[in-house]
Design a binder for this molecule. Structure first.
Ligand code: TYM
Length: 350
C-alpha cells in the first residue's frame, strides 16, 4: 500500500527570519497547501542546540517562536486547513528521536557538513544536541510519516540522512513490521526533499559565495522579514555587485555569484525565470536593476512585515493557534508512536 502523501517542514525560532528562509522554504510551504495536507512546525527543540548565548535565552526563544508562527501565517499558511505548531508541545518528537538514535550511526552524523560548520574548530565543546540535530529532524518528519519535505538546498544532506534512517529502521525491524501487517515491511516512507524554484540557495548580499544566514554578523548581508521599506531599499542598493552590466543570457551569470544571486532573488519574488528577468534587464546597468529589485522586495515583503507586526501584538491569539495545531499534530504522532513502540517491542499501557 503506498503512503498517503503528506508534507512536513520546520523553521527554527532563532531570530532574524530572512529572505533566504522565505524564498527557499516558506514560499514553497504556502504553495504546497494547494495540493497536499501540510504540517508546519516551529522547531523550538532544534533552536536550543547551540549555546544559550547564540539562541538568546528563554524570553527570546518564546518571542522568536511566536514570530516564526506569525511569519507562517502572514506569508499565507492557513492554520485551520493545515497544521501549525511548535515542536516541544508534541513529546513524540523526542521519543522517536531516541529510537532513531539507536538506528543512526555515529559515522553518518560525523559526515554532516552543518554540524562541522556550526561546531567549528572546538568540536569537543559542541552540545550533544547539535551533533544529534539531524536525528531529531528525521524524527520530526517521520513522526507524521511525511512523504515530502520542502526545504532550501542547505538541508539536502539532512534529508538524505532521514531517508537512511527510515530505510535502516524498515530493514532492522522488517519482520516485526510485517507481523504488524504494515505496508509490506515498510513502516516509514523515504521522505523526498522538495528543493524548487530559482532561489533554493539565497546568498549573502555582501558576499555572493556565502549563504544568506541568520548568524552572519553584518545585518546588511541579509534582508530580514521584519525590515521596513527604507532598510530593504538601502540594503539592496548597498549589495555587492561587479563592474560589468547584467548579461542578456543565464550563461553569463556563471562565475558572477553576486549578479546571479540578485537575479535569482528577482526571479523568485516575481515568479519568473532568471532567463526572463535577463531578457528585461540584461545589458542594462546594475543601478536601474537594483532600483527595480528594491521596489519588488518592498512590494512583496512589506505587507508580510506589517501582518507579522499585527499578529505578534496579540500573543494570546498566536498561542491559541499553536495549541490547536499541537493537539491535531499529537493525534497523528501518538498513532505513529504506538505502532513504533509495538514494532520495537516496547510494552505499552493498554
Ligand atoms: P532553518 O530555520 O535554519 O531554516 C529554515 C528553512 O530555510 C531554508 N534556508 C534557506 N533557503 C535558501 N537560501 C538560504 N540562504 C537559506 N537559509 C535557510 C532552510 O533550508 C530551511 O528549509 N533544519 C531545518 C529545520 C528543521 C526541519 C525539520 C526542516 C527541523 N526539522 C524537518 C524540514 C523537516 C533548518 O534548517 O531550519
Amino acid at each position: 500500500m503506498p503512503f498517503v502523501e503528506r508534507v512536513f517542514s520546520g523553521v527554527q525560532p532563532t531570530g532574524n527570519l530572512h529572505l533566504g528562509n522565505y524564498l527557499g522554504a516558506i514560499v514553497n510551504f504556502v504553495k504546497m497547501q494547494e495540493t497536499h495536507s501540510c504540517i508546519y512546525c516551529v522547531v523550538d527543540m532544534h533552536a536550543i542546540t547551540q549555546g544559550v548565548d547564540v539562541w538568546g535565552g528563554p524570553a527570546e526563544l518564546t518571542r522568536n517562536t511566536r514570530e516564526v508562527t506569525a511569519a507562517f501565517i502572514a506569508a499565507g499558511i492557513d492554520p485551520k486547513k493545515h497544521i501549525v505548531f511548535n515542536q516541544s508541545q508534541v513529546s513524540g518528537h523526542a521519543e522517536l528521536a531516541w529510537i532513531f538514535n539507536c538506528v543512526a550511526r555515529m559515522g553518518w552524523l560525523g559526515r554532516m557538513t552543518q554540524f562541522k560548520e556550526k561546531a567549528g574548530k572546538d568540536r569537543e565543546n559542541a552540545s550533544v544536541g547539535l551533533f544529534d540535530y539531524p536525528v531529531l529532524m528525521a524524527a520530526d518528519i517521520l513522526l507524521y510519516r511525511a512523504t515530502h519535505v520542502p526545504v532550501g538546498e542547505d538541508q539536502k544532506q539532512h534529508l538524505e540522512l532521514s531517508r537512511d534512517i527510515a530505510q535502516k529502521f524498515n530493514n532492522d525491524f522488517g519482520e516485526s513490521i510485517r507481523a504488524q501487517g504494515a505496508n509490506d515491511g515498510l513502516f516509514f516512507p523515504l521522505p523526498e526533499p522538495l528543493i524548487t524554484g530559482p532561489a533554493t540557495r539565497v546568498m549573502s548580499l555582501r558576499d555572493g559565495t556565502k549563504k544568506m544566514s541568520k548568524s552572519e554578523a553584518s545585518d546588511n548581508s541579509r534582508i530580514n522579514l521584519t525590515d521596513d521599506a527604507d532598510t530593504i531599499a538601502q540594503k539592496i542598493r548597498k549589495a555587492k555587485t561587479d563592474p560589468e552590466p547584467l548579461p542578456t543570457e543565464e550563461k553569463g551569470l556563471d562565475a558572477r555569484p553576486e549578479a546571479d544571486n540578485l537575479v535569482g532573488i528577482f526571479a523568485a519574488l516575481s515568479g519568473r525565470s532568471k532567463a526572463d528577468v535577463l531578457r528585461e534587464f540584461g545589458a542594462g546597468q546594475f543601478s536601474s536593476f537594483k532600483n527595480a529589485l528594491a521596489e519588488l522586495c518592498v512590494t512583496k515583503l512589506a505587507p508580510i512585515a506589517g501582518e507579522m507586526k499585527r499578529l505578534v501584538a496579540d500573543p494570546g491569539h498566536i498561542d491559541a493557534i499553536l495549541n490547536d495545531g499541537s493537539d491535531r499534530a499529537r493525534a497523528i504522532a501518538d498513532e505513529t508512536m504506538k505502532l513504533s513502540k509495538d514494532i520495537v517491542g516496547f510494552i505499552r499501557r493498554r
